[in-house]
Design a binder for this molecule. Structure first.
Ligand code: GLC
Length: 535
């Protein structure tokens, strides 16, 4: 049997460069900081690290406003510092994935400055410029993610340009062949340096309706959702050209030796998501499954979400599951510290590749920061502040959590007294220890990576599924703050290999398995007699 590629065996760790470790005393994390913590990541047991954008940027939007695709933001380091990070990661068999911001640039990117300078600029068509309607109003009704029209009036050349996010983040025109060529060259720049892949930011948005038609209103809009959700993205998302582009990017990446990988960020239904594996030709290796991040943490919501995703993806491509990202409240904020353990167990026993978010392994809650004080422009504009999810990694219980020697760019969590690496690494019962044990178990048991996953009927508040065919595991998770029990039924007796409380290892279970409040179990099922004969 040939070994599956690393991105099907391993786990991916997402971190924010500005929030991981500050080594130069400016309150902002940097690439040297990531390099300094590679030993930690190796010890934790992850196999790849996905870095937030570290390109030159005015940093108005966490670096998702790029002003040069082929360099490193000086506040984060330099190209030599990046190369060192890559070498040191590879020496430890850790892969490095970059965030690739293709939908838009910063308004400070030389391409946009040039495009904006005159209607006759050779780069005019690199961005999306349109005339006003006769009454002076914007070309159509499209709404920006951060509120208001996507169209910004530019007095210099008396036209509107399109920005899906901030007006300082103009959208690129992917229908312009020179844009395509320049962006693919930027990808090659990093692939040639040795990076192991990219996460395509805002992946379904790269192309817009060539006829610029109005979007219809969204009848299901609920107050509190982001402003663009007032409309259905009929003409702004997943437009003609997108699948062909992804197929081209895939061919580029596959042309390199060493199993490079493409991830993509999609806020779409699972049905739509699986089309990005590619129907006609291969597209993305891992269209990220973000459904957990927006689903209510309840067994009767998460359970069916898991079952639906695994069923739909089974024949289409390799599954992947994300618990948290830099865009949504952390699991502790969504579900409480007790359930963070259950969530870790569910995430790391899914079929497919899990992505972990920095700080979840120690149960960081994040910091409540009022929207008026937000650094995040989305927070200031919409009230949905993402700063709480982006605060400094907590290495110790120091004033600045061992992240920096000076006051960091975002406040440090008050939970650092207990939610920190130094304390939890010496605690055999900590969430950090549990996360390590789960990653270890997963690495040791290929069945947990790739074995079949079958949902089981479970009682209220429970999620249960089996993994594998011949060698079988059963995962049962109690999402309630009250004890309960689960009937093993036809799955027969077995042995606990792991409890989220790290205290039942080796316990024989049969019939009714009791679960404490907020407990999850991985049970190794005894082989059925017929199976053990044939094995
Ligand atoms: C993606 C990123 C998000 C950012 C947006 C605009 O959705 O995940 O953080 O705000 O793109 O770049």
């Amino acid at each position: 049997m040939t070994e599956r590629p690393w991105w099907q065996r391993g786990a991916i760790y997402q971190l924010l460069v500005p929030s991981f470790l500050d080594t130069d005393g400016d309150g902002l994390g940097d690439l040297e900081g990531v390099t300094a913590r590679l030993d930690y990541l190796e010890w934790l047991g992850v196999n790849a690290v996905w870095l937030s954008p570290c390109y030159p940027s005015p940093l108005k939007e966490l670096g998702y406003d790029v002003s040069d695709y082929c360099n490193v933001e000086p506040r984060f380091g330099s190209l030599p510092a990046f190369d060192r990070l890559l070498d040191e990661a590879h020496r430890r068999e850790l892969r490095v994935i970059l965030d690739w911001v293709g939908n838009h640039t910063s308004a400070q990117h030389p391409w946009f400055r040039e495009s904006r300078s005159s209607r006759a600029s050779p780069r005019r068509n690199w961005y999306l410029w349109r005339d006003a309607k006769p009454d002076g109003s914007p070309p159509n009704n499209w709404v920006s993610v951060f509120g208001g029209s996507v169209w910004h009036w530019d007095a210099v050349t008396s036209q509107y340009y399109l920005h899906t996010f901030l007006d300082s983040q103009p959208d690129l025109n992917w229908r312009e062949p020179q844009v395509r060529a320049a962006m693919l060259d930027a990808m090659k720049f990093w692939l040639d340096r040795g990076v192991d892949g990219f996460r395509l930011d805002a992946a379904p948005l790269f192309y817009k309706d060539p006829e610029w038609r109005d979007n219809p209103a969204n009848p299901d809009y609920r107050a509190g959702e982001l402003p663009d959700s007032t409309q259905l993205p009929k003409h702004t998302r997943n437009q003609p050209g997108l699948h062909e582009l992804f197929a081209e990017l895939r061919a580029l990446v596959d042309g390199y030796r060493g199993e490079r990988v493409l991830l993509g960020e999609f806020y779409v239904s699972t049905e739509e998501l699986v089309t990005f594996y590619g129907d006609r030709s291969p597209e993305l290796h891992l269209p990220l499954n973000l459904s957990w991040t927006w689903s209510k943490w309840q067994a009767d919501v998460i359970g069916p979400t898991i079952a639906d995703y695994q069923a739909r993806v089974a024949s289409r491509g390799w599954p992947t599951t994300t618990l948290d990202t830099h865009d949504q409240p952390r699991i502790v904020a969504r579900a409480g510290i007790e359930q963070a353990r259950v969530a870790a167990l569910l995430l790391l026993t899914q079929r497919g590749t899990p992505t972990l978010y920095y700080g979840d392994e120690i149960g960081m809650r994040g910091v409540d920061i009022p929207s008026e004080q937000a650094v995040d422009p989305q927070g200031r504009r919409t009230g949905r502040n993402r700063d709480p999810t982006r605060t400094p990694m907590q290495w110790s219980d120091d004033t600045y959590a061992g992240f920096s020697t000076v006051e960091p760019w975002l406040p440090v969590g008050v939970d650092r007294a207990t939610a920190n690496v130094a304390t939890q690494s010496h605690d055999a019962g900590s969430l950090l220890t549990l996360t390590r044990r789960l990653l270890e178990l997963r690495a040791r048991e290929p069945v947990l990576q790739s074995g079949a996953q079958e949902p089981r009927e479970a009682g209220a508040g429970l999620i249960a599924y089996s993994r594998g065919d011949e060698r079988r595991f059963l995962v049962v998770a109690n999402l309630m703050h009250a004890p309960t029990s689960y009937d093993l039924r036809g799955d027969g007796p077995g042995r606990v290999v792991l409890s989220t409380f790290i205290d039942r290892e080796g316990e024989r279970v049969a019939g009714q398995v009791r679960l404490r409040a907020d407990e999850g179990l991985v049970i190794a099922l005894d082989a059925a007699p017929s199976e053990s004969r044939s094995a």
